[in-house]
Design a protein around this ligand. Sequence first.
Ligand code: UT7
Length: 326
Amino acid sequence: MIRAEIIGTGSYIPEKTLTNKDLEKMVDTSDNWITKRTGIKERHIAAGDQASSDLAVEAAKKAIADAGIDKDEIDIIICATITPDMVFPATACQTQKKLEIKDVAAFDVEAACTGFLTALAIADSMIVSGNFNKVLVVASEVLSRITDWDDRQTCVLFGDGAGAAILSATDEDRGIMSSYLGADGNYDNILHLPAGGSKLPASQETVKEGLHYMKMEGRETFKIAVKKMAQSVRIALKKAGLTIDEIKMVIPHQANMRIIKALAKRLKIDIEKVFVNIQDYGNMSAATTAVGLDEALRGGNISEGDIIQLVAFGGGLTWGSITVKI
Ligand code: UT7
């Protein structure tokens, strides 16, 4: 039986930090409010000349080196992002160009914060079908470009970053064991970026009204996030024939520390079993779970033979969970 195993990971976080104290000077907020209500202490902001593909390339290079493969062994590049370099061509194609990997297929996945998990599930299917052997999955976001820096309800939450993983076919007992993805488009108005698409093209009016920035109804999103993430973990575990006790670590999307704690409570697991880095990066949308996976591996939280659970939730609304044996 062919499985897709993760043979290398990498991440890239832009150098510049934006602390809660910095935000106190920009909007009517406080370090105390942000820390208590979200768990975030700082986030990173891409340099002016960095687009999503630039972050993706740095993360991908590290993942390729970690996997110990030649970049030309990669047969397809999938990039998860809601902040593409441009509407088209795909950021995956820009990443391919910059990595100088000639002619391989490349496309983007847009599933907001569930993007990395969606891309992993696609890569898994492509490998299991026997059509592809080595897949570069990269999640990259420059959310600072779609953030309204005058809106205290959103600007304190998000940051920039990228994470990548190389998936490879194996016939050994490891790799992606199960995946579950879900969505509900009826919630399109609680977390969205209204303008710049075919529905509401860019105009002087849309710019004046700030419609090219992310909008979120936090409280409503919060409630659904907790419910759907817990449900996703249960479904993916059931598909894998496992119980939560067999999971070494849960690596969740990092939108709010209170969501992460509520998830742990619903799953009846100790918070120590849940990977947390929200304090350093805030919410990096699709990149969050990719960076979390890389940091959990690099920091020794998880190692070969461990079974882990990735889980995410985001705009769409979308949600999902993936069980992986390292
Ligand atoms: O990644 C995609 C998924 N995203 C999420 O899952 C995010 C889910 N939502 C959340 O994490 C939380 O709802 C937020 C962090 C966005 C907001 O926290 P909350 O505890 O739900 O706050 P709230 O929206 O209920 O607002 C409580 C109060 C309000 O003031 P009043 O009306 O009680 O006077 C807000 O105006 O906090 C105020 N407030 C702030 N105060 C200081 C909102 N943002 C801020 C702020 N600084 N940055």
